[in-house]
Design a protein around this ligand. Structure first.
Ligand code: NAD
Length: 411
């Protein structure tokens, strides 16, 4: 079992992965660690630990976001890079998996300091980044402007455009239509696809979303438009609850004006959305929120894992035992990387697709991955997570087999 990934072993069994290949996939191909030095506005020089992990490049250039958060560690970056390896293979994208991170509280930096940090990251890791090598993207706390600074710094380093070397760029810098709401849109498409296939709940069900940020807000809008009832929303400031349903646009406006959702509507018991009476619970903040205790207490029948690694290793079997359907992160939040791939394709072919074309391609790819995952889970009597991982591992194994360079599984 990879030290960084508890869900590997059952999937490796289902995929009948040979021992050699398990050993290869237990560890990342490469993790680069450094300290980024920036001069603060008050004249002090400060260093921030930073990582880039390229977990596996067997299926193509590695792909994964860069996260700025105080809790980032090398181990977390490797776990998330493994998840990206699984996600890109599950979606059958021509990518491997990567992730980057900086241990920093971005809220404690001025705009100028944040820009210095973003540019320092690219300068430090420039030798491993590239359209055919490793393609970063935004992640937690690294949206629009941060990616723009990174793209600009890459360009400045050797004078060539290198547009396809980073995705999630603003439109004016070669970004794609449909990238900003891709994860929320993708999560909605996946939920709808599985609702129909697995007869999960009636249309118009009640949903609670923990983490009303980029992904959570766009998902909330899609759900609201489709007639779902949003009975609870939360962000780091607090919870907002209404059994009759909340309007995500009003919630967004309130958050913008007040800096957070606290006070927007009623509060959840203990300010914890997990125990709210609803059909679908969506963790969309940081990983690990559904721990064993929450897994025992939650009342939803479906968990849509928009946040990466939202359910812990201890929580997963409890959820399975209680008959809760977990739609795993590698499928639920794959809309972001699906559109990042389309951005990379557009940059490399000099095209600019319409929003409609991007949305159609995104939804088609996710529906295909959903269908295959549901089918594999049914065939094997496995959870959706194990089935999704197994499909991804089988694709990776196939690449190893035809590659012939590394003699894995030959003895
Ligand atoms: P974001 O920073 O825009 O939003 C995160 C939200 O979570 C914020 O509203 C924040 O207030 C809230 N939050 C933080 N701590 C909280 C707490 N303790 N309780 C309640 N709310 C809390 O980030 P995002 O881009 O929306 O990403 C959210 C999750 O989705 C992350 O786990 C990320 O890895 C995953 N994800 C995002 C994308 C994407 O394209 N945005 C793609 C794949 C995966």
């Amino acid at each position: 079992m990879p030290e960084s990934q508890p869900f590997f072993e059952p999937a490796a069994e289902l995929a009948a992965l040979c021992p050699d290949l398990r050993e290869v996939l237990r560890k990342p191909a490469r993790t680069t660690a450094t300290h980024l030095l920036i001069r603060r506005d008050d004249g002090r020089l400060e260093s921030f630990p930073a990582w880039r992990c390229q977990y596996s490049d067997v299926r193509g250039p590695t792909k994964g976001g860069i996260r700025f958060h105080p809790s980032v560690s090398g181990e977390e970056v490797e776990t998330l890079a493994f998840l990206m390896t699984v996600k890109t293979a599950l979606l059958d994208l021509p990518f491997g998996g990567a992730k980057g991170g900086v241990a920093v509280d971005p809220g404690a930096l001025s705009g100028r300091e944040l820009e210095k940090l973003a540019r320092a990251y690219v300068r430090s890791f420039q030798h491993v980044i590239g359209a055919e090598r490793d393609v970063p993207a935004p992640d937690v706390n690294t949206n629009g402007p941060v990616v723009a600074w990174m793209a600009d710094e890459l360009k400045a380093l050797d004078g060539s455009a290198r547009t396809a070397a980073i995705t999630g760029k603003p439109l004016a810098l070669g970004g794609s239509e449909g990238r900003s709401d891709a994860t929320g849109r993708g999560a909605f498409a996946v939920l709808e696809c599985l609702r129909e296939r697995l007869d999960l709940f009636e249309p118009g069900a009640r949903v609670a979303i923990h983490g009303f940020g980029n992904a959570g807000r766009h998902l909330a809008q899609r759900l609201h438009q489709a007639g779902y009832r949003l009975v609870g929303l939360s962000d780091s400031s607090g919870t907002a609850v209404d059994p009759d349903g909340l309007d995500p646009d009003e919630a967004g406006a309130y958050k913008r004006d007040n800096g957070g959702l606290a006070g927007f509507a009623g509060r959840a018991e203990d300010d914890d959305l997990a125990t709210l009476d609803c059909e679908v619970l969506v963790p969309a903040a940081l990983g690990g929120w559904i721990d064993e205790t929450r897994a025992r207490r939650l009342r939803a029948r479906v968990v849509l894992e928009v946040a990466n690694a939202a359910a812990t290793e201890a929580a997963d079997p409890v959820l399975a035992e209680r008959g809760v359907t977990v739609i795993p992160d590698v499928l639920a939040n794959a809309g972001g990387v699906a559109v990042s791939h389309l951005e990379w394709v557009q940059n490399r072919t000099g095209q600019q697709w319409s929003r409609e074309a991007v949305v159609e391609a995104l939804e088609e790819r996710l529906r295909a991955a959903c269908g295959r995952t549901a089918e594999r889970a049914e065939e094997a009597g496995a959870t959706l997570r194990t089935a999704a991982y197994a499909l991804a591992l089988e694709r990776i194994a196939e690449t190893f087999e035809v590659m012939g360079r590394q003699r894995v599984c030959n003895e």
